[in-house]
Design a binder for this molecule. Structure first.
Ligand code: ADP
Ligand code: MG
Length: 425
């Protein structure tokens, strides 16, 4: 991991000047940040402390480009991000910032390794490279032997380590952690702090951590205190608490419940998933269908009316063109709906569900038409029935195998088109 950005001499990693952030308007306006000036140099370990509601999370969201200041300027890694809209800010955020939250936010029923691979998957990194990098980071946080454990087989401290590994796998120079120890007992908190100190010391990662506990804040080399949206204290500690040493000084535990294995066993019984994979919305499938129909009709119209090509050719070319437009529309719509590039699993899901849905609908429609009249769609159904009957003559197994192979083939082709037509970044 190489987590240091090349900043020109004297340029701080973070520079907020006169930043204010308010929510709402008129009577109900909340000033979450008021005229904040803050400079953080690369390599610092900063704790932000303050009572609940003092603006710590708002500050973190602004620092991490998740939220834009209402007023003031913000330069991150020398880039003015207060002004940047949407995409440009997202690019800076993706390159510079890793996030860790109080609730870990790991995907359930997914292994530690897969969780850590996820940010790389979103960036389109290949499977082997992904595995190699995720394994290296998991080892760096001391979880090499737990790579294949799922969320409910890991203790709280281990889950937070996975979350830290996931934040670091893209090599960001800045790690932002909002109450990362808020759900952990003292011992586990110190353990996580020791890890953050090591990442800061050995890899030069700049750490900004939010906490409301003084003991945790004293592990940082600088403590910033917030009250009512303002910075009311900024102290540099000459000798921060060494979390690893503090952990070693704690008395040994006799309390059986603290045993990590037992903790895991208890959790396993009461585990509830915190975040779930987002389902592909129906609108994406509708978009694909509209894309297919439009593509097909446009190609057929062009071939038959302009080029005056034979009807059977227009059918084939139209179908192929419809497939391509559909995949393009699907990739685009899904990206809009999910706010990121679709993953490989999601492409399979799209190809599979679309094929099932459209075959089912198509068959139902053709049957309905066949029952009412001998229209051309109905004729398609009759030729389909003929074809089925022909195969059936070779036995039911042959019929089943051919239908399954045809279905699988269509799904694979659709997957491949979705893959080819999703933008890389
Ligand atoms: P902390 O993390 O220190 O507890 P926050 O930054 O979450 O504080 O909140 C600061 C103030 O801003 C609080 O009064 C909170 O109610 C308010 N606030 C935070 N987020 C929002 C929001 N999205 N909409 C309205 N008010 C908000
Ligand atoms: Mg908060």
């Amino acid at each position: 991991m190489a987590a240091v950005v090349s900043l020109a001499a004297g340029v701080p990693l973070i520079r907020l000047s006169h930043v204010s952030k308010h929510y709402g308007t008129g009577e109900g306006i909340v000033h979450a940040m008021r005229d904040v000036d803050l400079t953080i140099q690369q390599g610092e370990f900063v704790a932000i402390i303050g009572a609940s509601g003092s603006g710590k999370s708002t500050m973190m969201n602004v620092l991490g480009c998740l939220d834009r200041p209402s007023r003031g300027s913000y330069e991150l890694a020398g880039i003015d991000v207060a002004d940047k809209h949407g995409d440009a800010r997202a690019v800076v955020r993706n390159r510079v910032v890793g996030f860790v939250f109080q609730g870990f936010n790991l995907l359930p029923r997914t292994t530690a390794l897969e969780n850590v691979e996820l940010p790389l998957q979103y960036r389109g990194v290949g499977a082997r490279d992904r595995r190699r990098r995720a394994t290296a980071v998991l080892e760096a946080v001391g979880l090499g032997s737990r790579a294949h454990h799922t969320q409910n087989q890991l203790s709280g401290g281990q889950q937070q380590r996975v979350a830290i590994a996931r934040a670091l796998v893209t090599d960001p120079p800045l790690l932002l952690a909002d109450e990362p120890t808020g759900n952990l007992d003292t011992r586990t908190s110190l353990d996580v702090l020791a890890l953050l100190q090591r990442l800061n010391r050995d890899l030069g990662i700049t750490v900004v951590l939010v906490t409301h506990e003084r003991e945790i804040a004293e592990c940082a080399s600088r403590i910033i205190e917030m009250r009512d949206g303002r910075i009311v204290g900024d102290t540099h500690l000459r000798e921060p608490v060494d979390a690893a040493a503090a952990l070693a000084r704690l008395p040994p535990i006799h309390d059986a419940v603290r045993d990590p294995e037992i903790e895991v066993a208890i959790k396993e019984r009461s585990a509830t998933p915190s975040v779930s994979r987002r389902a592909i919305p129906l609108s994406v499938f509708v978009g694909m269908w509209v894309g297919e129909v439009c593509g097909e009709l446009a190609a057929m119209a062009y071939l038959s009316f302009i080029l005056r090509v034979h009807a059977s050719t227009t059918l084939w070319v139209g179908a192929i063109f419809g497939e391509v437009i559909k995949a393009w529309a699907g990739a685009l719509w899904a990206r809009r709906a999910l706010g990121r590039r679709v993953t490989s699993d999601e492409r399979w899901e799209m190809a599979f569900r679309y094929t099932i849905g459209v075959s089912g609908l198509g068959l139902a429609l053709a049957t309905a038409l066949a029952m009412r009249s001998r229209s051309s769609e109905a004729l398609h159904l009759y030729s389909l029935l003929d074809w089925t009957a022909g195969l059936l003559a070779h036995g039911k197994l042959t019929l089943l195998a051919v239908v399954a192979a045809a279905f699988a083939g269509i799904v694979v082709v659709r997957y491949a088109l979705l893959w080819a037509l999703s933008a890389r970044r």
